[in-house]
Design a binder for this molecule. Sequence first.
Ligand SMILES: [Zn+2]
Length: 319
Amino acid sequence: MISGSKMQMETVSCGVCHSTQSKPYASGQDFEYSTSEVEFQMVECVDCENVYLNPRPSSAELGVIYPPNYYSYNYDDVISPVARFAKDKLDRAKVKSWLKLAGKDALQFLDVGCGNGRYLEMLSQLGVAKEKLYGVEMSTECIDHLKSQGFNGLCGRIEDVEPDLPVGQFDLIVLLQVIEHVEDPAKMVAVLSRLLKSGGILVIETPNTRSLDVSLFRRRYWGGYHFPRHWNLFNQDNLSNMVQANGLTVKSIKYLPAHTFWIYSLHHFAKDKLKSKLLANWLNPFQNVPLLCIFTGFDLVRAKLGSRTSNMQVVAQRP
Ligand SMILES: [Zn+2]
């Protein structure tokens, strides 16, 4: 763990509209990985209501704030077998729903932040040709693995690898729980818009700041802050505006279960406020299957009744 004074930080403007006018929104620490003792600040843009980390760690600190035990590098090891089985089922249903959206024939697909390529693998199993499946990821290890499996893997930020991708050719691009981590989300959407063919679909899944759990835990403990790794947090309006400003049409907005954020909110409260290590350890969103079921069910019912959850899916199309 590094102390507050040692982390290199930079002051930034709003990642959506680039305004520098903001007001305090929340503060907290890295309650999940304890990578530093820094007290981080979330501010809200007064012009577009984007909630963003400011100041935030400089890019030189990425290796610190994403430690080797970060969950997405070790997914299969940290998640309980029952939760993994359920997630697998849900993800397969998700992939099938994408095929319905974009059509299976000659699908040219890109997963930005593809991790170990689980969605590429699922699409391949459903009959999509590997040479049409692309994944972009920061981890060289993941990309080497993808290439060895016959997929198209590109290592780096989407802005940097754009020249190596077929512009205007993609039927479907997915950006799942990624846009909130990047330094310039507007630039990222602009690149993805250029990569889509006419009629092509962009699916974005990201936290939503207008929901019940945010209201309850807003000042410090909401799990969606993921201090200090979530840099921009959207709502349906400013995300839709950003997508439309880049030439895409919003087709639908859906609210998905946010079980991880519920459990992490309680975990952070138990750890920081109640100082209960025992309770905090029990509130583990990768292992606590009963709580996962309860909060998934709770949010599914709420979404069905028309309430917003703190996890949203925006589907956009290039005209
Ligand atoms: Zn803004």
